[in-house]
Design a protein around this ligand. Structure first.
Ligand code: ARG
Length: 249
């Protein structure tokens, strides 16, 4: 009889171990994986090989408050929503603007930054108005609101050639060597790239083709409410403002 009870106890113990292992399988239970395209200074970029930026700091702050470890995956911008919906990442923070189309595919947190479109050009070859893109070769990052904007304007802007690429530093390089007349990007990033390249300048457009930047979650994720609560707190305490200042935003 005792033997049978022992055996049952052993099996139960095994079962428990099994469940715990599933909980730990792959990633630690208390770790959240963030997806971003880390070539968008000052929001997320590499400095001396390390991932830094406003959104890296913000993600760290939020995860710390909620008691999660943070792991960051650097990937292509146009693959971020797919990574989210296939559970390869738990949330996306990548200067991602809330748009009508994205709202159908993901849930967004509250917004924390409102961008403006800009164009980076070579000094001496100024483009400071949308109409000036007529007949020009303009690059932009694939899958972004700038790409949507350019495609929508293509008819009206006669002779416009749009070149999509995956990473902004490569687009900037194309302008420097004269293979592109300009890169459509956003104001705060244009400012950073121009700071680092004295032969370039930028102009700001009023349009934005969406709303503000927000954090994206899989539809129905319970993380959204938790993150929103922390963002509320950071806004109230002035911590968000401080962080924006730190990154000159
Ligand atoms: N705000 C734009 C968008 O949502 C561009 C974001 C690009 N982000 C990046 N990390 N490269 O489409």
């Amino acid at each position: 009889m005792n033997k049978i009870i022992n055996k049952i106890m052993f099996l139960i113990a095994l079962g428990v171990v099994g469940v715990t292992m599933v909980g730990c399988g792959g990633k630690k239970e208390k770790t959240l994986v963030m997806g971003c395209s880390a070539e968008y200074p000052p929001f997320e970029f590499r400095k001396d090989g390390k991932l830094v930026g406003f959104e890296i700091d913000l993600a760290k702050m939020i995860c710390e408050k909620l008691g999660y470890e943070l792991e960051i995956k650097d990937m292509k911008f146009d693959g971020l929503i797919a990574a989210l919906n296939s559970k390869r990442v738990d949330f996306v923070m990548s200067g991602m603007t809330v748009t009508e189309d994205r709202v159908k595919r993901v849930d967004f947190s509250q917004m924390y930054y409102v961008p403006k479109f800009a164009i980076v050009y070579k000094i001496g070859e100024l483009i400071d108005d949308v109409q000036m893109m007529k007949g020009k070769k303009i690059g932009t990052q694939i899958g972004t609101t700038m790409e949507i904007f350019l495609k929508a304007k293509a008819k009206e802007l006669e002779g416009l050639i749009i070149k999509g690429m995956t990473r902004n530093p490569e687009l900037i390089q194309e302008v420097k060597v004269g293979r592109l007349d300009g890169v459509m990007i956003e104001e705060s990033q244009a400012k950073e790239f121009v700071k680092a390249n004295s032969e370039l300048g930028y102009s700001v457009f009023e349009d934005n083709a969406g709303e503000g930047y927000a954090i994206a979650f899989e539809k129905g994720s319970d993380l959204k409410a938790k993150f929103d609560e922390v963002i509320d707190e950071l806004k109230k305490k002035g911590d968000l403002e401080k962080l924006l200042k730190k990154w000159e935003l």
